[in-house]
Write a protein that binds this ligand. Sequence first.
Ligand SMILES: *Cc1c(COP(=O)(O)O)cnc(C)c1O
Length: 401
Amino acid sequence: MTLHPDSLAVHAGRDDLAALGVHALPLELSSTNPLPDIELGGLSYEVLATGGHPFEGGSNVYARLWNPTVARFEEALARLEHAEESVAFSSGMAAMTAVLLALTHESQRRHVVAVRPLYGGTDHLLASGLLGVETTFCAPDAVASAVRDDTALVVLETPANPTLELVDIRAVVAAAGDVPVLVDNTFATPVLQHPLDLGAALSLHSATKYLGGHGDVVGGVVACDARLAAALRRTRAITGAIMHPLAAYLLHRGLATLPVRMRAQQEGARIVADWLTARPEVARVHFPGFAASDPDGLVGTQQSGPGAMIAIELTGGFAAASLLTSSVELFTHAVSLGSVDSLIQHPAALTHRPVASEAKPSDALVRLSIGLEDPADLIADLAQALTATADARENAETALA
Ligand SMILES: *Cc1c(COP(=O)(O)O)cnc(C)c1O
């Protein structure tokens, strides 16, 4: 039976539970697994280490190769992403690393085109050359001219971190020609956006963020077709970056509430964003729900809603940003996002610290991740913190005078 997305979020990856005689997800922690005999043990190893699935009568061999709890989460996430398969990693950056290793190795091409802005860690990984990859960073409309004969992959993020710029996935896919496109879908989640339906080859998540949603899991996952998934599992088996089963268990458990969380957080974000636009301390509010932040009209077409992230530029610049982040009481001043509780952080100093100066976000920019609190309480907290920045500025001015 074809399920609507909300039902799928609750039921995906659980089809066999009744037959197992259980109702909740099993958590399997074995690091090693008994082998039927040397021949079948060896064959199982061979199949799993080269990216295949376990076979009837074989063994899962070793937890770096295959874990049933991880595989269950992968199956659920693949269904939510409209993908054939997904592959889970120990973090979002481990997932990105595996994609770069697998695709450059497979194609014997060493060049990547990356559309800025990107999450600072991704930007850093690509710019560092650590993996032997040469990267051309460009704007969305320059992808066609940046692609070369030796381009293995095009990377984009939408909404992009930290300014929430929206990138037209279909347009970049068209510009990339036959080069596969990876979309970092961390901010939108499969509740709002399905990159594979728009022509992307890979949809990547830092599962640490909305998928986890409770600030207690670090993980990454890539949704793609079966052929790419096998290449990613092979890379994962060799380099050892598989997700821990407890993380997979928590992530799978959290998928059931992902659509409800996402919609409620998005509603809260809309209210907070509207309120922020009227504040004199705020020069600019970046929120995909505002026409000014969505010039190409992608909310409602490419992604079904604006999401729950807001970025603001403060009139008082860095000094005001510093006062705001240290004056909030209900928001937590911390990196990361997508949790049930609200977070605030300064991208230029933290998440985007390693980014080259020409691409670094403004010093006046602060990023807000809106949680599930009552928006009235979040607004009250921001009101007192913004007032504190104004008072402190006036005090500083008086002291100088
Ligand atoms: C956090 C983040 C990552 C990196 O994920 P980790 O789980 O921290 O390794 C990648 N992309 C985006 C958009 C992120 O926000």
